[in-house]
Design a protein around this ligand. Structure first.
Ligand SMILES: [Mg+2]
Length: 388
C-alpha cells in the first residue's frame, strides 16, 4: 500500500480535537463540564451489569440467571419502555443528560473540521462496524440490509482510504450484505480476517486473501454448541441462534421479556459444559465466543500491522461502531493515543470513544463529508501535477 499525503490548509490550527486525541483523559477531566451525579450513578449501575455479565460459562444458579436478565434488560429497552422514554417529562431530563453527554462525546459532524485537521499529514484508515452502523438494527438479522446509497458511500470511502468492515457476524454473511470486494472484512469479532479481492490504489488484491483465523481449533466446539442451542431454544418463541463460524449469537430482540430468564437458563445449561467459551452481551443479543485474547481491538491492530502501519506515527485510524464489542477497538485507539473512535448511539452510553454519531444516517453523512474533503484536498495536487 502506498502512503497517502493528506493536504490540509496551513491555517488550520491544532485544535481541541488534537488535544482530545492526544490526551483523552484531559478531554474528559478538564476540557468539558463534569458529569451530573445522576449520570455517574447510571454509569456505575451499567458497569455493575457489565461485570455481572462477564461470567465466562461455568457456574450458575438463580442469582446468576437473575443478573443475566438484569443485564439483558439494561441493554435492551422494550418497545413499551422506549415509548415511555419519549414521554414529555422523561424527554426533558433525557435531553438535559444527553446534551451533557454529547459535550463529552461531540458529534463527529460538529467537530468535522477538527477531525480532518487532526489527521493532517497522516494516513487515515477506516474501520466500520456493520449492524447499527452501516445498516439499521432490525428484528430479523437476516434482513439487516445496507442501503444502496450507503454502499456507494462506503465504496467511495475505500477509493480514498484503506477500509475494513469489522463485525460480529460471519465474514461471508457480512460480505453478502456489503458486496464490496475492495474492502477488508473482519468477521466473528475479528477472528476471521480476509483482505480485498479487488485492487485499489491502497490495497493489493489477492484471490486467496484469508489473512488470519486465530480460533480454528474452536470450530468443532462452536458447531457443537450451535446445534445444542438450536435444539434447546426451539422452546423460546422469537429466539434466534446465528452461527458466525467462530462465534455464536443468540438474538432475543423478538423474545417476550417474560421469557428472557428461561432463555438465559437454557443458554447457561448448554455453556456450563464448555468452560473455554465465554458469553458477552451485545445489543439485544448474547454473544458466545472462544476465551482467547482476541477481539475487535486486536483485529484493528492486526490490520494496521498488515498495512505496514503498526508502529507508524503517521496513521490516523477512525473506528465507527455502535456495539459494546466495539469498545475493545475504542480502547486500543485510546491506548495508542492515535486516531478517533466514534460511537453510534442516540442515547447516553459509557464509552471509550471520543466522538459520537446518533444513527447510520449520520454515519453516512460523516463518510460523505470525509470523501468530499479528501477529493477537494487532492485537487491542488492534481493541478500541480498537470502543470509539471
Ligand atoms: Mg453493531
Amino acid at each position: 500500500m502506498r502512503k497517502q499525503s493528506v493536504i490540509v490548509p496551513e491555517e488550520l490550527a491544532v485544535t481541541t480535537l488534537m488535544a482530545v486525541v492526544a490526551d483523552p483523559a484531559a478531554h474528559h477531566s478538564a476540557l468539558l463540564p463534569p458529569r451530573s451525579s445522576a449520570f455517574g450513578v447510571r454509569c456505575a449501575r451499567y458497569k455493575r451489569f457489565l461485570s455481572q455479565l462477564d461470567m465466562g460459562s461455568g457456574g450458575g444458579g438463580g442469582a446468576r440467571i437473575s443478573a443475566w436478565v438484569d443485564s439483558m434488560r439494561a441493554s435492551s429497552p422494550t418497545h413499551v419502555k422506549a415509548a415511555a422514554m419519549l414521554s414529555a417529562s422523561f424527554a426533558a431530563s433525557h435531553d438535559e443528560d444527553y446534551n451533557k453527554w454529547v459535550k463529552q462525546h461531540p458529534s463527529a459532524l460538529t467537530v468535522f473540521e477538527d477531525i480532518v485537521a487532526a489527521s493532517k499529514g497522516k494516513q487515515i484508515v477506516m474501520f466500520l462496524d456493520y449492524d447499527g452502523t452501516l445498516s439499521p438494527i432490525v428484528d430479523d438479522p437476516d434482513r439487516a440490509f445496507i442501503s444502496n446509497a450507503m454502499r456507494e458511500t462506503v465504496r467511495d470511502v475505500a477509493r480514498h482510504f484503506p477500509t475494513a468492515i469489522v463485525s460480529g457476524r460471519r465474514r461471508d454473511k457480512v460480505f453478502s450484505f456489503v458486496r464490496l470486494r475492495e474492502l477488508y472484512y473482519a468477521g466473528s469479532h475479528g477472528m476471521d480476517i480476509k483482505g480485498p479481492t479487488k485492487r485499489t490504489k491502497h490495497t493489493k488484491a489477492k484471490t486467496k486473501a484469508v489473512m488470519f483465523q486465530p480460533a480454528t481449533e474452536f470450530l468443532p466446539m462452536i458447531d457443537e454448541v450451535y446445534k445444542a442451542l438450536m435444539e434447546k431454544t426451539k422452546l423460546i418463541p422469537g429466539s434466534r441462534v446465528e452461527n458466525n463460524t467462530f462465534s455464536l449469537s443468540v438474538h432475543f430482540r423478538c423474545v417476550d421479556e417474560k421469557a428472557w430468564s428461561s432463555l438465559a437458563e437454557l443458554v447457561r445449561s448448554v455453556l456450563k459444559r464448555y468452560p473455554k467459551l465465554r458469553l458477552t452481551l451485545g445489543r439485544k443479543v448474547l454473544e458466545i465466543r472462544p476465551s482467547i485474547k482476541w477481539d475487535k481491538g486486536k483485529a484493528l491492530e492486526f490490520l494496521l500491522a498488515s498495512l505496514g502501519l503498526a508502529d507508524s506515527g503517521n496513521v490516523f485510524p477512525v473506528y465507527i461502531g455502535d456495539d459494546r464489542t466495539d469498545e475493545d477497538a475504542f480502547r486500543v485507539l485510546h491506548g495508542r493515543r492515535q486516531g478517533l473512535g466514534i460511537l453510534v448511539s442516540g442515547v447516553i452510553r459509557e464509552t471509550s470513544a471520543c466522538c459520537s454519531l446518533r444513527q447510520p444516517a449520520e454515519v453516512q453523512e460523516f463518510l460523505r463529508w470525509l470523501v468530499e474533503w479528501k477529493r477537494s484536498a487532492s485537487l491542488p495536487r492534481r493541478t500541480e501535477a498537470r502543470k509539471k
